[in-house]
Design a protein around this ligand. Structure first.
Ligand code: ZN
Length: 142
C-alpha cells in the first residue's frame, strides 16, 4: 500500500495516479505533467534565414554552377570564376542555416515558439557544405 501525498488516501502499490484526486504519484509522471504545462508563447518575430539560405543555395547551384559555366564554356572562357561565386553563396547559405537554428534556440529559451524552418536550415547547412566541397575539389583538379 502507498499513500497519496495530496489527499492521504490509501492506494495500491502499482498506482501511477491517485484514484481519488487524480494527482500523479511517481516522479516521472509529475515531471511529465509539469512539461505539458510549459506552453511556448506566440512568436511574432519572423525567422526567414533558412528560406534565404535555401534560395541562395538553389540560385548558386543553377546560375553559377550550371548556366553560367555552360555559357562561358561555349565562348571558351575560364569557368573557374563562377565556381568561386557559387562557393561564396554556399558559405552564406551555411551561415543563414546556422543563424536560423541559433535564433530558434534563443526564442525557445526565452519561452517563444521557434519560427524558423528547421529542415530548411539543415538542408542549407549540409547540402551547401557538400556541394561546396564538391566544387572545391573540381576547382583544385582544374
Ligand atoms: Zn489523492
Amino acid at each position: 500500500m502507498k499513500t497519496c501525498p495530496n489527499c492521504y488516501k490509501d492506494l495500491p502499490d502499482d498506482a501511477e495516479f491517485c484514484t481519488y484526486c487524480g494527482k500523479p504519484l511517481s516522479e516521472s509522471k509529475i515531471k511529465e505533467r509539469k512539461n505539458e504545462k510549459v506552453k511556448l508563447k506566440k512568436n511574432t518575430r519572423k525567422n526567414n534565414w533558412a528560406m534565404l539560405g535555401l534560395s541562395l543555395l538553389l540560385f548558386g547551384l543553377v546560375v553559377f554552377d550550371f548556366v553560367l559555366p555552360t555559357i562561358i564554356d561555349a565562348f571558351g572562357g575560364n569557368t573557374v570564376f563562377p565556381f568561386y561565386i557559387s562557393l561564396i553563396m554556399y558559405i552564406i547559405s551555411i551561415i543563414c542555416g546556422c543563424l536560423s537554428l541559433y535564433i530558434d534556440r534563443k526564442d525557445k529559451k526565452a519561452g517563444y515558439e521557434p519560427n524558423g524552418n528547421k529542415s530548411y536550415a539543415y538542408v542549407c547547412i549540409f547540402v551547401s557544405l557538400f556541394i561546396a566541397l564538391v566544387n572545391l575539389t573540381q576547382v583544385i583538379l582544374k
